[in-house]
Design a protein around this ligand. Structure first.
Ligand SMILES: C[S@@+](CC[C@H](N)C(=O)[O-])C[C@H]1O[C@@H](n2cnc3c(N)ncnc32)[C@H](O)[C@@H]1O
Length: 597
């Protein structure tokens, strides 16, 4: 498949394919062309698409060249008129000849488009595109803001406000930055060193982005490292599922800040990543973020195969688990560049009976058609956050997929419980399905390993202040009907006005870590008496709900009331229950289409 077909396929993928343009391209393993070449072509063509649409429509080549689809036409015309090397196809290739034979007309239409914009040279037109002036008329509201984490390993929030975000007005709330034309910055109230800006602002070319001073990371994705809050006394940290490295680098930034004023710190972050290709991305990210010296990478290593009792991990006190999941919380096309596609001029009889041209179908017709197609595609595939696509056409298929994923997630959590010196665990998914979230937490709390080792849930009142104050909590119904468990769980919902992706997070903790890693039961019971208390001292934060209590509760007739003030509803798909656990990510008898995201 040529570069142009591959770029066209990625740019027109359905919205439920999820992820940014970059992740959609770089997570694919089946591409024939260089991913960087596809990315450059796709991003540049998208930027130029308002002008390319005009040029293609006015030159009328879609009617004349049946081989060309609207998306292929703008990709090819972009390279024909604007790329130094021209169209990257052999001279006799059908697609190349289909645009080259109209070179004169296309060139003339480009000149016309430039003159209409009162720009004297092609260089002026290029700068008009680069600075975003062409799209500045679009002041509609984007569904989501662009969240930017300030990487405090390299810079500070104040420095970034004075440089990268210089001249930006301070927004009072997150919705104020969604307007595409706005040049405003919102400083988040829950997560330190996190800001939001309009998604139309092109920060990829900024020095801060290139130098790793700012990292694009959804607000909800910043929750886990912040909740884990690794302190010097917690010792080493494991990030069990690390690539691309957003949370690994966030952990590193928090470790540094928690060690401030203590001189040299000796904590190591072990970053595991099973997938070798993704481990390369992780390595790059850790380097550019500035924590490569004290992050030990374990590329291609399966965390489930790690021996918790190995000497290398004897000081591991905190683990972050962000395993592969259904990715159902990922926000779709919003990270994709906006594309303006040309339409075909319709041939219609004129009043005098001669053939004439009606106006081309408008963009909104086109958009409506694409939306319709997107809707039809909605149930066809399920895309994991790590890019694995599985066909999901029926409720049964969805249930089987969730069953397989949740079995893996539970296995991972129970493996983490077995680390002898571990005291804190943050478990998260970017899934909206209770099967992968509250139900995994509930099962983990009831496991023998949790009970033997005294693992319990970190209660809301004990969480770091920014998350204690976050209103959107777990789904009581899915957490065994226990309101306190639901309240301890943290959720983020797509489209609820907070500007985040769909996300889930829970913290586990144990207070007593004896030499053999097995807790003294009476000790756990002693600590259990502050379960559910509203507020505790900052240094007491990692206290919560013990596994023993969950068991006792299950047996007791009196149950805690489920949380009433609940912003999260359980979608129909979440109401499945499942029985026997099975490891492996793909449901039995189901073929996985690799890298189709
Ligand atoms: C949700 S992504 C992690 C995202 C990452 N925490 C971040 O914030 O950038 C899950 C990752 O876990 C990796 N993974 C899945 N199973 C694993 C295992 N058993 N051991 C180590 N890594 C695993 C996947 O390849 C994928 O890259």
């Amino acid at each position: 498949m040529s570069l142009y077909y591959e770029a066209a396929e990625i740019l027109t993928a359905p919205s439920n394919a999820g992820g940014s343009l970059k992740s959609r391209i770089f997570s694919r393993k089946d591409l024939k062309s260089q991913p960087s070449q596809i990315y450059a072509l796709a991003i540049e063509t998208s930027k130029w698409s308002p002008i390319l649409k005009e040029v293609v429509e006015n030159a009328d080549i879609l009617r004349l060249e049946r081989k060309l689809s609207p998306i292929l036409s703008i990709l090819l015309v972009h390279d024909l008129l604007l790329a130094k090397r021209g169209v990257a196809l052999p001279a006799v290739h059908g697609l190349r000849t289909a645009v080259e034979r109209h070179r004169g007309r296309l060139q003339a239409e480009l000149t016309k488009a430039r003159i209409q914009r009162k720009l004297s040279t092609i260089e002026a037109l290029k700068s008009h595109i680069e600075t975003g002036v062409e799209n500045s008329a679009d002041d509609s509201e984007a569904p989501y803001p662009r969240w930017v984490r300030i990487n405090t390993l390299k810079t500070t929030l104040e420095d970034q406000l004075d440089t990268t975000f210089k001249g930006y007005k301070r927004a009072k709330n997150v919705n104020a930055v969604r307007q595409r034309t706005s040049k405003r910055v919102y400083i988040d109230e829950n997560i330190p060193n996190l800001v939001a800006v309009s998604p139309s602002l092109d920060l990829v070319k900024s020095d801060a982005y290139k130098n790793g001073e700012i990292i694009f990371q959804d607000k909800a994705s910043c929750f886990p490292a912040y909740l884990l809050d690794p302190l010097p006394q917690d010792g080493d940290i494991i990030d069990t599922c690390s690539a691309p490295g957003n949370k690994t680098t966030h952990i590193a930034a928090i470790v540094l800040s928690n060690n401030a004023g203590q001189g040299r710190y000796e904590q190591t972050i072990h970053a595991f990543e099973k997938n070798k290709g993704r481990a390369e991305t992780l390595e790059k990210m850790v380097k550019v973020a500035g924590c490569d010296a004290w992050t030990k990478l374990h590329p291609g290593q399966d965390f489930l195969k790690v021996d918790p009792t190995a000497a290398a991990y004897e000081k591991v006190g905190a683990l972050l688990l962000d395993p592969s999941c259904s990715g159902s919380g990922i926000v779709g096309r919003d990270d994709m560049p906006k594309l303006h596609l040309p339409a075909v001029k319709q041939v219609t009889p004129t009043a005098n009976g001669k053939k004439g041209f009606s106006k081309p179908a408008t963009l909104s017709d086109d958009t409506r058609k694409r939306k319709r197609e997107d809707k039809q595609n909605l149930l066809d595939v399920m895309v994991d956050d790590d890019g694995v696509v599985t066909a999901v056409n029926t409720d049964d298929e969805l249930r089987a997929r969730l069953e397989a994923l949740s079995a893996f997630q539970l296995e991972l959590l129970l493996h983490a419980f077995a680390f002898p010196a571990a005291k804190k665990i943050a478990y998260s998914t970017c899934s909206v399905h209770a099967e992968e979230n509250e139900m995994v937490v509930w099962k983990a709390l009831q496991s023998p390993v949790a009970r033997e080792r005294g693992w319990r849930l970190l209660g809301r009142g004990e969480q770091v202040s920014g998350l204690r104050g976050w209103e959107v909590r777990g789904v009581g119904e899915a957490a065994g009907g226990d309101g306190r468990v639901a309240e301890a769980c943290i959720r983020a919902n797509k489209g609820d006005g907070y500007g985040t992706m769909g996300f889930f997070l829970a913290g586990f903790v144990r207070d007593s870590v004896p030499v053999d890693g097995v807790v003294d039961k009476s000790d756990a019971e002693k600590k259990g008496d502050n379960v559910g208390t509203a507020m505790v001292k900052e240094d007491d934060e990692w206290r919560g709900i013990i596994a023993e209590e969950v068991m006792a509760e299950e047996k007791s007739v009196t149950k805690f009331e489920p949380v009433k003030k609940q912003k999260t509803s359980v979608p129909a798909a979440e109401k499945h229950s499942f029985g026997k656990l099975r490891t492996g990510l793909v449901p039995k008898g189901k073929k996985r289409k690799k890298g189709k995201a």
